[in-house]
Design a protein around this ligand. Structure first.
Ligand SMILES: Nc1nc2c(ncn2[C@@H]2O[C@H](COP(=O)(O)OP(=O)(O)OP(=O)(O)O)[C@@H](O)[C@H]2O)c(=O)[nH]1
Length: 214
């Protein structure tokens, strides 16, 4: 029973090299800072169950390498992702300037309905800040994505980023905006009764024999 959940969502963590993607995942899974983080080679994987909106959701999280030389490998993991945590470093203007490219990749290579949360990491290094909260908020608004600043060092807002992403996906499933049964949705049912519930809510297609016209 320890591993039972209502839904499984495939998540990606993307963004330039050194912004703190692996440390963010480590903080989420271990609730502590990864002291000796080195560049990720290709992709790394982790999973965790979160509780949002009255449901338990298993997050299957792919932490991708930010270095350009791994781009062809990491791109192959985008397909069928339901959510992405797009990370930049608030002390690195360069990492902020690359966000548009990362967004384009996520929207074109993953699910068209992918829910993206923008995360300005290294919030603890405020004295070295190169990107203001306001300009990042504007970027997020223009691109219709949620935004928060986080710290993989202190843990501030790390869980919130993943929870916010999961919650948005759940809301969109419940409103009918996202259909988990679409191929490549990045969503699976953990509890089969949820599928039955959804199918019961979906109106049956019109029966052509019952047409009373003519
Ligand atoms: N002060 C501070 N340092 C951080 C934080 N997150 C990560 N770092 C440091 O930033 C460096 C890069 O962190 P990683 O998590 O390895 O970065 P990454 O984005 O996974 O890098 P790639 O695997 O190359 O894509 C490491 O030296 C971390 O110690 C943070 O929130 N605050």
């Amino acid at each position: 029973m320890a591993d039972s959940y209502d839904y499984l969502f495939k998540f990606l963590i993307i963004g330039s090299a050194g912004v703190g993607k692996s440390c963010t995942l480590h903080q989420l899974l271990e609730k502590k800072f990864k002291e000796d983080s080195t560049h990720t080679i290709g992709v790394e994987f982790g999973s965790r169950i979160v509780h949002v909106g009255g449901k338990s959701v298993k997050l299957q999280i792919w932490d991708t390498a930010g270095q350009e030389r791994f781009r062809s490998v990491t791109r192959s993991y985008y397909r069928g992702a339901a959510g992405a945590i797009l990370v930049y470093d608030i002390t690195s203007r360069e990492s902020f300037n690359s966000l548009s490219n990362w967004l384009t990749d996520a929207k074109t290579l993953a699910s068209p309905n992918i829910v993206i949360i923008l995360c300005g990491n290294k919030k603890d290094l405020d004295a070295e800040r190169e990107v203001t909260f306001l300009e990042a908020s504007r970027f997020a608004q223009e691109n219709e994505i949620n935004f928060l600043e986080s710290s993989a060092l202190t843990g501030e807002n790390v869980e919130d980023a993943f929870n916010k992403c999961a919650k948005t996906i759940l809301t969109r499933i419940e409103s009918g905006d996202i259909n988990p049964e679409t191929i490549g949705s990045g969503i699976q049912y953990g509890d089969p009764s949820l599928r039955r519930l959804r199918n019961a809510r979906t109106p049956a297609p019109a029966d052509p024999n019952s047409c009373k016209c003519g």
